[in-house]
Design a protein around this ligand. Structure first.
Ligand SMILES: CC(C)(COP(=O)(O)OP(=O)(O)OC[C@H]1O[C@@H](n2cnc3c(N)ncnc32)[C@H](O)[C@@H]1OP(=O)(O)O)[C@@H](O)C(=O)NCCC(=O)NCCS
Length: 192
């Protein structure tokens, strides 16, 4: 799909998942610092079997939405995608994304999130996108804010541990707000 440059000038690609990605997917995803910030459906620990199941599921078209591997030099180093949450108007999608820890801080998510949002609005005809982020996840909050998302609500969820609670921030981006913020040539114009 789209090629974009990281902050240090290296290129990354958003492309379809394939069977050969299973090993690197499991290696990058099986990290507490990655999965502790993701929805509970993300396996923990993340095994090769989990990776193969995910890749087969996406390949079968079972996932409603869009799913891409984030590829650097032919290796899948992370994932980004949109699930369609509601087909009723206003049609809503939820974006999720992660990178192997070695690839954090290079500006990859800041480039990839707007690209995939643009695909969601165009290819899935979404009216609105949401993202659900823990309040402790400063990097992801920053990525969303830079991508034009706005805070819609905060949810306090009880954790399994006594006296602890997780605060989840729900961020939204409407198609009209995105169209107004993003110039025609970027990021929608970067889509192949
Ligand atoms: C969240 C995640 C995808 C970010 O990816 P990334 O490619 O490293 O992000 P970027 O480099 O594009 O941008 C990160 C931004 O957050 C900022 N940031 C990072 N850590 C920060 C911190 N502790 N406090 C404040 N800002 C921080 C960076 O400075 C950067 O902002 P800037 O461009 O204005 O300088 C990555 O950290 C990750 O995979 N985390 C685990 C999974 C996850 O949390 N997924 C999101 C679930 S909602």
């Amino acid at each position: 799909m789209a090629v974009a440059a990281t902050r240090d000038g290296a290129e990354f690609l958003l492309r379809a998942w394939g069977e050969p990605d299973a090993e690197s997917l499991a290696a990058q995803a099986n990290n507490r610092n990655v999965w502790s910030n993701l929805r509970s459906r993300f396996p923990r620990p993340y095994t090769i079997a989990n990776a193969r199941t995910w890749i087969a599921r996406v390949a079968s078209g079972h996932e409603r939405g869009l799913q891409f591997a984030i590829d650097i030099d032919g290796i899948a180093v992370g994932g980004i995608g949109i699930d369609v949450i509601s087909y009723n108007a206003p049609r809503l999608g939820e974006i999720g994304y992660w990178l192997g820890e070695d690839f954090w801080g290079r500006g990859i998510a800041s480039k990839a999130v707007p690209l995939v949002c643009a695909q969601g609005f165009e290819k899935l005809a979404l009216a609105r996108l949401r993202a659900v982020v823990r309040d402790s996840n400063a990097a992801s909050l920053r990525v969303l804010e830079k991508s034009g998302f706005a805070l819609a609500s905060k949810l306090r969820r009880s954790d399994r541990r006594p006296r602890s609670a997780v605060v989840e921030m729900v961020y939204v981006l409407d198609r009209t707000a995105a169209a107004a913020q993003w110039p025609a040539e970027s990021p929608a114009g970067l889509i192949a």
